[in-house]
Design a protein around this ligand. Structure first.
Ligand code: EPZ
Length: 430
């Protein structure tokens, strides 16, 4: 088994059946860190300081990308990062990083806004869908950009972006973020309607605000941004990772243990806790911590993934794994991505009984899963297989951990701190 990207072991072995117990601290949110890191490109000769940046592969990829554009990035202790941006940066996002990570497309808006041009290789699709950026491009054109796509590269040009009223046909997280950053340096006010309402959007608004951009998010899914001629050094903290936190809570639920996650914002969990309560899980919520307790076998339920505050698509695989042990038949519909059930076959190898019908997983609960050798197909699928391994009888070996290291900081250490028996397998110890 070859080592994963950046030398991290590409396989994790799990001895299942141990009720987890203990407390873990949530990492900084991957999906907040990536856009707010890209926002530094709006600066000229200034610095953005971010706290609570998680130590993840995707963050390292974004650092590589920003450095390739000319930004100096300094990592300090305790998750603090400083981004010193020169007067001039390169407008061309290198293919290497874009191919590795779709979120690289988030440099498009700030590069165009600060320098009048940008070149971005079209981000590839991935195992959960085609992942187009048509909504990003449509909004930039409305703001006056000229967009050309030649040989798979998006070339954007705009002498001066102009504030506009933009309606998003879908509350796309990435499109909302790219257009907010573009609007920061546009001439005049931009109003974006039907924006994504994920908490990561508020984090980006706070970072732009710290850089001197007058920005107001209204409860109706609308944001107003008054463009400025230049932004100044900013300083903000990355919010906690709600998806990582809920993954550990589900680990507690699935193993019948007692797990506390701290440094979280429970309000960011959206409908996740409501669905857990509906299924019969027991938990307590405090200002910045949530604890799950042992409970009777979960009841089946139906859910549909939706943009925030609906049930998050990024928790869908982990919830399907959890419901694979519930009593009765559960229905989980994936409405955000086209194909996010690739992992179901892997769970079925472990004894789950999941049938995929269109974009719905029909899950007939079983009493027990058994360990097996399985492979992660994407970040959250990998997390789901790890959860299954923690509760399965015997040993589970999860391959392609390369996906998991993208979004779960030190997941082996965190699970061991909760009493799990997990080992990383590298080339030598295969
Ligand atoms: C962000 O991706 C997250 N990534 C995803 O997390 C998350 O699943 C997704 O939002 C939804 O919450 C980051 O924040 C880095 P979208 P993004 O634009 O911005 C379609 C994870 O596991 N669409 O809201 O790409 C798109 O194809 C990752 O951490 C268009 O059709 O999500 C998808 O079906 C996975 N045209 C849907 O909208 C566009 O121009 C949602 O996409 C843009 C999107």
């Amino acid at each position: 088994m070859s080592d994963g990207m950046n030398g991290m072991p590409n396989m994790m072995s799990i001895e299942g059946g141990i009720p987890l117990a203990g407390t873990v601290r949530a990492q900084g949110a991957k999906n907040a860190a990536l856009p707010v890191m890209a926002a530094c490109l709006l600066l000229k000769g200034q610095t953005l300081t971010l706290d609570n940046v998680p130590d993840l592969q995707d963050v390292r990829t974004m650092v590589e990308l920003l450095e390739a554009l000319g930004v100096t990035v300094e990592k300090e202790p305790q998750g603090r990062m400083r981004f010193s941006v020169p007067e001039e940066v390169s407008p061309e996002a290198p293919e290497a990083q874009v191919r590795k990570m779709r979120a690289s497309s988030l440099v498009l808006g700030p590069l165009l806004a600060r320098g009048g041009q940008a070149a971005l290789p079209l981000p590839g699709g991935c195992s959960i869908g085609s992942r187009p950026i048509d909504l990003h491009l449509k909004g930039l054109v409305q703001m006056g950009a000229k967009i050309e796509i030649r040989s798979g590269v998006v070339y954007a040009q705009a002498d001066q972006l102009r504030g506009r009223r933009i309606y998003l046909d879908f509350p796309s997280v990435g499109a909302t973020e790219n257009l907010m950053m573009a609007a920061a340096l546009a001439h005049g006010e931009t109003i974006i309607e039907n924006i994504a309402r994920e908490p990561e959007i508020d984090n980006l608004a706070a970072v732009l605000g710290s850089m001197g951009v007058p920005i107001e998010i209204e409860g109706t899914g609308c944001v107003r941004i008054k463009g400025v001629s230049e932004v100044h050094s900013g300083n903000e903290r990355v919010i906690p990772d709600r998806i990582e936190a809920c993954t550990y809570l589900l680990a507690g639920v699935m193993t019948g243990g007692q797990v506390t996650v701290t440094d979280v914002v429970p309000a960011h969990f959206g409908s996740m806790l409501a669905k857990l309560e509906e299924a019969g899980a027991r938990f307590s919520v405090r200002r910045d911590a949530v604890t799950v307790f042992p409970a009777e076998r979960l009841q089946s339920l139906s859910l549909k993934t939706m943009p925030f505050p609906g049930f998050p698509t990024d928790l869908q695989p982990q919830m399907v794994a959890t419901l694979s042990l519930a009593s009765g038949v559960s229905m989980v519909e994936e409405s955000v991505f086209q194909a996010r059930f690739l992992y179901a076959e892997e769970l079925n190898r472990m004894g789950a009984n999941i049938r995929i019908k269109g974009n719905t997983a029909v899950i007939s609960g079983v009493r027990q899963l058994h360990g097996d050798d399985v492979k992660a197909t994407d970040l959250r699928a990998g997390a789901a297989l790890i959860l299954a391994g923690l509760t399965a009888s015997g040993q589970t070996r999860v391959g392609e951990m390369i996906h998991v290291w993208r979004g779960y900081e030190a997941i082996d250490e965190k699970l061991r701190s909760l009493g799990a028996r997990v080992e990383l397998i590298t080339e030598e110890t295969k």
